[in-house]
Design a protein around this ligand. Structure first.
Ligand SMILES: *Cc1c(COP(=O)(O)O)cnc(C)c1O
Length: 427
């Protein structure tokens, strides 16, 4: 027997990790389920179908993404200059500064998840440094911190429905003795799962902290669902301590290609580019991303799909409050998902009800949403991704029936009632 012992050989912080779980581990996509759990773009990728059905393998002047299969034996471009310029063009709105973003301000990676991790490896010394997060928030910040053996300091957002930054509490923490070990503050705007856009002035107050030596990371994964000019990406030209994360996974409908970006000062961008694996982004990914970001090709389609989703979001905002058992909207409307309370028969937000609704929706109605009731300040909440017109119709009907069943108010279905009583779901 070799002397190898994984328990003493692997790093303790890695041994302590829980494997990533998503709602789809519980409910597989069998092709019939409506998937409203992962905030993907229900209307699909920002790619015109007639474009891609043409032959795009041989000529770069083809209208579709020019996927040149014949050069796949070559390594991809490690600098991704042209793709970075397209990302800059999208964010150079000059709504926040007259200064201009250039490719020197960018790092691109395998989803924004790579940037989240790269920043940790760039700034935090394992076993010593920490990051600050503001729950309820995206889970990857703390997972990446744990992988890198970096500590976590939590300063919760102010209560729902605003879910804004507690600027005073964050500033005090950054001023404290502990604050000296905090290298990164991860903020999410619009927030996941809150859907709230953080106010620009609150972000600027943290950026302007007088003594703290660290970086503010502003995750704008959902920014294209927010009002025009909401992105603060161009502010990296003003603040050397700001990094803004974006992704093609949500509004662009391209979660499958794994492309994320970090806008930063040229100095920080240089570090991130120096530490990455040289060929981190594949050439098919660059080709599809370049198509999607081209104003004459994918960009219009992205905007059309976002506008269709906004129509369905407004429909949900109108219809959900009419369903008995649906409580308050928590958080904002600046994203492609909504966070709603589920109520017990007493009218109180309730995790038992929310969890039962979540499970029954998936198992009996084929609609997968996300249970968020365990998150800070989200008691009884489900997070529902906005779907297509048809999906939203089916979801609303399924939710209405499920809440009737779970809350035991459905008339004339005694058998179902007995079943529910036996499983303890009826309050
Ligand atoms: C979905 C999401 C991302 C996207 O991650 P990718 O790795 O780019 O797919 C990033 N941040 C938040 C808050 C998200 O919800």
């Amino acid at each position: 027997m070799p002397a190898f012992n994984i328990e003493t050989c692997a790093r303790p912080n890695i041994l302590a990790l829980e494997p990533y779980r998503c709602a789809r581990d519980d409910y597989k996509d069998d092709g019939t389920n409506i998937l409203l759990d992962a905030n993907e773009n229900a209307y699909g990728p920002a790619i015109n179908h007639t474009d891609v059905t043409q032959d795009t393998t041989t000529t770069s002047s083809a209208p579709g993404p020019s996927l040149d299969f014949l050069t796949l034996h070559r390594y991809p471009d490690p600098h991704q200059h042209d793709l970075k310029q397209l990302l800059c063009n999208l964010r150079n709105t000059h709504a926040h500064t007259p200064k201009t973003l250039t490719p020197e301000h960018l790092f691109v990676g395998v989803g924004s998840d790579e940037a989240i991790d790269a920043l940790l490896r760039c700034f935090c010394i394992p076993g010593r440094d920490r990051i600050l997060t503001c729950p309820p928030t995206y889970g990857m910040y703390s997972v990446s911190a744990q992988v890198n053996d970096v500590g976590l300091v939590k300063v919760p957002l102010l209560p729902a429905p605003e879910f804004q930054l507690d600027v005073d509490a964050i500033s005090q923490t950054l001023s404290s003795e502990e604050g000296k070990t905090i290298k990164l503050v991860y903020l999410c705007s619009p927030g996941n799962p809150t859907g709230s856009l953080l106010s620009k002035s609150s972000v600027e107050k943290i950026l302007a902290h007088p003594t703290w030596n660290g970086v503010v990371v502003l995750d704008e994964a959902y920014i294209d669902f927010a009002p025009e000019d909401a992105s603060l990406a161009e502010l990296v030209t003003e603040y050397p301590n700001l990094v803004v994360l974006q992704t093609l996974s949500k509004a662009f409908g391209l979660a499958g290609i794994r492309l994320g970006a970090a806008f930063a000062s040229p100095e920080v961008a240089r570090l991130l580019n120096a530490l990455k694996a040289p060929y981190n982004v594949s050439s098919p990914t660059v080709a599809i991303a370049s198509y999607a970001l081209d104003p004459k090709r994918g960009l219009n389609m992205m905007r059309e799909n976002v506008s269709k989703l906004m129509t369905q979001r407004d429909r949900l905002l109108e219809e959900l409050p009419k369903i008995p058992g649906v409580g308050r909207l928590r958080g904002g409307k600046e994203s492609n998902f909504l966070l709603y309370e589920m109520l017990d028969t007493q009218g109180r937000p309730d995790n038992v009800t929310a969890l039962a609704v979540y499970e029954r929706l998936a198992e009996e109605k084929g609609v997968v949403v996300r249970f968020r009731g365990k998150e800070h300040g989200c008691e009884g909440c489900l997070r529902v991704t906005v779907g297509t017109e048809e999906e939203v119709g089916r979801f609303l009907e399924a939710l209405r029936r499920t809440l009737e069943e779970v809350r035991g108010v459905k008339a004339g279905k005694d058998e179902e009632r007995r079943e529910e009583a036996a499983s303890g779901v009826v309050a």
